[in-house]
Design a binder for this molecule. Structure first.
Ligand code: FNR
Length: 365
């Protein structure tokens, strides 16, 4: 099994000399550049949202349940390790360690895009380690809308996955030199993947947010769960721009809807019918988790922060962090008088700053 924070790549069975191909190099770039973004603490739209404090509304911490239900499954905790990696030796080691932390804490987890393994079967072990290290946990497979329905099914089978994430990342593709340019077929392809998938499908952004019309469109394609994955954390416009020699898209770092704004527009004037909401993008703390839950998310995904925690503190450090977040989410729910995740949606919230202005322009009172 993988070492706590080993940089050797020897004991874990992933051979770094296999990383010369362009897929593996891109995966290693993403890890390095995403970690660099975590070095700088970032203000984001969660800071424009505050709870109104009611001193006598708190309930006993022992009465608070952190359980939630996502894609028809019961989860013990309302947050999860969101899609990141796979497809290189380093990515395989990270996936093994993330999966060990998920198994130790009961957290759900996603792999990164499996396209590299669909193209190069020798890279499969860097993904399947997620299931090997966590045989009975909730695991998301991950593909984009360019794969065929058959490949999507193959990705699910590769991991014996509990559900399938389909990432929609047009901004990332546009900024990438080697990215896709043909986006027009995506809706029909998503519909075909949903129809073929043996497990529930979650359509997610990768840090640019989902607008209400996008969520309504996804609902019409048969999608029942979405992850808004908004602006405020890992920024793939910046990452892909830094991977270009010319940095041509230097101005794209403000693109996208924040996670808070996406959740607000998804919920007003009423929630989009038949769609279960997940949230991610810029979640830095247990307070951000609770804010996203209060805005209607069933569970909250974390990528960049958990990657940085693993990098700095190793697998045991990540396990400690997940346990600490569980303790603190319970403390915050008790302060807010919420015995359940659903109770949080009755919280009194104050919205200020640029997010309040944007929400008003989109018709959210
Ligand atoms: C990602 N993300 C991502 N998403 C996806 O659906 N497929 C993928 O392959 C990847 N790859 C990836 C690599 C790395 C290193 C990071 C940090 C992230 C996007 C991720 O799931 C999430 O949507 C965004 O990162 C926003 O969340 P954070 O990082 O702000 O918590």
């Amino acid at each position: 099994s993988a070492s706590a924070s080993g940089q050797t790549g020897v004991s874990d069975g992933f051979d770094p000399s296999a990383d010369a191909n362009p897929d593996s190099r891109r995966k290693n770039d993403h890890i390095r550049l995403a970690l660099a973004q975590q070095q700088v603490p970032k203000r984001n739209a969660f800071d424009d949202l505050r709870f109104v404090h009611h001193s006598l509304r708190a309930v006993d911490q022992s009465q608070v349940s952190l359980a939630t239900r996502v894609c028809g499954s019961d989860w013990p905790l309302p947050f999860y390790i969101n899609a990141m990696t796979g497809g290189s030796a380093e990515a395989g080691r990270i996936n093994a360690q993330l999966a060990q932390a998920a198994a130790a804490t009961g957290l759900a987890m996603a792999t990164g895009s499996q396209h590299a393994a669909l193209r190069r079967p020798e890279l499969e072990p860097t993904f399947t380690t997620v299931r090997k290290q966590n045989p009975s946990g909730f695991v998301f497979a991950n593909v984009g809308p360019t794969v065929s329905p058959g490949q999507a099914v193959r990705a699910v089978e590769m991991l014996a996955a509990s559900a399938l994430q389909v990432h929609i990342n047009p901004v990332q593709e546009a900024v990438m030199t080697e990215g896709d340019r043909d986006f027009g077929s995506w809706p029909a392809r998503i519909q075909a993947i949903v129809a073929a998938s043996p497990v529930p499908v979650v359509v997610k952004e990768v840090g640019f947010g989902l607008s209400r019309p996008t969520i309504e469109r996804l609902a019409s394609l048969g999608v029942r769960t979405v992850d808004v994955s908004g602006r405020g954390g890992t920024d793939f416009a910046v990452i892909e721009n830094e991977r270009r020699a010319d940095r041509a898209y230097w101005y794209m770092d403000s693109w996208g809807l924040s996670t808070v704004l996406s959740l607000l527009t998804a919920g007003w004037p009423e929630p989009v019918a038949g769609v279960e909401l997940l949230a991610s993008g810029g979640v830095r703390s247990p307070l951000d988790v609770v804010k996203a839950l209060a805005l209607g998310a069933r569970a909250v995904g974390v990528s960049g922060h958990f990657l940085a925690t693993l990098n700095e503190r190793g697998t045991n450090g990540l396990i400690d962090e997940i346990r600490e977040w569980s303790v603190q989410v319970r403390a915050l729910m008790s302060l807010l008088g919420a015995r359940t995740v659903a109770d949080l949606t009755a919280s009194d919230l104050l919205l200020t700053g640029p997010t309040a202005e944007e929400a008003r322009l989109l018709g959210v009172p």
